[in-house]
Design a binder for this molecule. Sequence first.
Ligand code: GLU
Length: 370
Amino acid sequence: MNLHNWDRLVIKIGSALIAPGGEAVSGQYLLAIAHFITECRNMGKEVILVSSGSVAAGRLAVNSGDNVPTMAQKQAMAAVGQMKMMANWQRFFDFPCAQVLLTHGDLRDRRRYVNIKNTLRELLANDILPIVNENDTVATQEIKVGDNDNLGALVALVGEADALLICSDIDGLFDKDPNKHPDATLIPQVEKIDSTIYGLAGGTLNKLATGGMLTKIQAAEKATTQGIDTLIINGFKRISFDALIKGQPNGTLFKATSAKTKAKKHWLRHTLKAQGQVFIDPGAVSAIKNKGASLLSSGITSIQDQWLKGEAIDIIDAQSNQPIARGIVQYDAADLMKIKGCRSNEIEAILGYRPSEEVVHRDDLALITE
Ligand code: GLU
């Protein structure tokens, strides 16, 4: 398993790489990373960056004396630093970067989750590099992901990536704490994350970093169980990136425990509970079943029950009354009622807005028989 098997990557870069002095952004380590991102894109891969560093980059602009900064001071630092961090990235690229700021509150809200997914899809389709961070300026404890390792995993899920690459200040996962035991050896590959693996995670020694090995293992668990390989590499070493390009990654690889499509289809079919039903005509049945098409409003003959955008619905063959698929719906039931049977280009005139072309995107749809 290596770079060549991955078409879409989420690359997570820690604060220590962005602001190595802890107080301002620096390009020192980003050049190698930016080069790697550009190489990946030249190889036809899609990249989403998850970048930390906003608090560190804005630290000097907000006076917190000698005290540990308060929440408001940190949020102010993040507001200043986010711009600096984005500008620092953009200067390495001659393609556009896009700022995406998220909280856990956004990711657990089904409507916003679908919006995030649609936006990332659109950015990637336009060859734009999305750069994601937690929206630290508004995030409070209750709505926070809290660390960018776990945020990276959630972004890999919503962005449907094949791999999550966590660039850290350590070479990977060791069999003992390498700071205390000089004979500690690197574990190149982890097949399954269990309590023994969690037992290897010490806390972070880096005062800049929010996460440590623990949050990295949590992130790897989130991602690998959904079919996303996770690799921890040392982002300070250029050789880590050269090795990846050559297809011989160093660091620690946590292998996906199931195939991504299989994991997604299983989740769609078995984990999600359908909140309602849409009945579709023979043309739509054939397009979905035989051509792997998305569900469009024009094929819908009637709907049943109430749901909100982002929830799951069953798609039923109106002629036979048999369910043929389940998927994530892009419209509330009330809106769909108004546009059923209409062409996609009529939606705007009827609803006053058109969140998406599809009612259920083909990537968010699982056939019952698959
Ligand atoms: N969102 C934080 C920042 O940009 C970083 C969180 C983390 O490093 O895990 O400063």
